[in-house]
Design a protein around this ligand. Structure first.
Ligand code: CO
Length: 152
């Protein structure tokens, strides 16, 4: 089921999200709804607070695959990349953000299995952007030169 994506100005986007403790049917419903919502919006990622639920769960949908990252934590971050990103909660804008080029995280899947992954390039950028959402941080806090998407 598609849920409404909350927009900047909503306090839920500024909350520190709570860890997921129950890997139950409610979590599966949330993740399934987030997936439907992300696919419809054609985004690269979506965090639970963006559908109004302040828990530590995000989706990342990139060339490398579709990932559900629950209670994700950085193991390390390496290098730098500087490039444009946008956010489904900040419609019509894009801004240039400095991010690590390569990251390793540990996370749980929807069954509660603890896993890890290494991401680089745009995948790493998407992971960093989504994990920031879990601490109430928006890319616009870090970006310089936030502009309208259609502007040259
Ligand atoms: Co975002």
């Amino acid at each position: 089921m598609i849920r409404e994506i909350v927009q900047v100005g909503d306090p839920v986007l500024r909350q520190k999200c709570e860890p997921v403790v129950k890997f139950d049917k409610d979590l599966c419903t949330l993740l399934d709804d987030m997936r439907d919502t992300l696919k419809k919006a054609e985004g690269a990622g979506l965090a639970a607070p963006q559908v109004g639920v302040p828990v530590r769960a995000v989706l990342v949908d990139v060339d490398e695959g579709f990932f559900e990252l629950i209670n994700p934590v950085f193991v390390w971050q390496k290098g730098e990349q500087y490039g444009y990103e946008g956010c489904l909660s900040v419609r019509g804008k894009a801004g240039k953000v400095l991010r690590p080029d390569k990251v390793k995280i540990v996370y749980s899947d929807r069954r509660g299995n603890r896993l890890s992954l290494v991401a680089r390039g745009f995948f790493a950028r998407a992971v960093c952007h989504e994990l920031d959402h879990l601490d109430g941080v928006l890319y616009t806090d870090k970006a310089d030169d936030v502009r309208d998407e259609d502007e040259d």
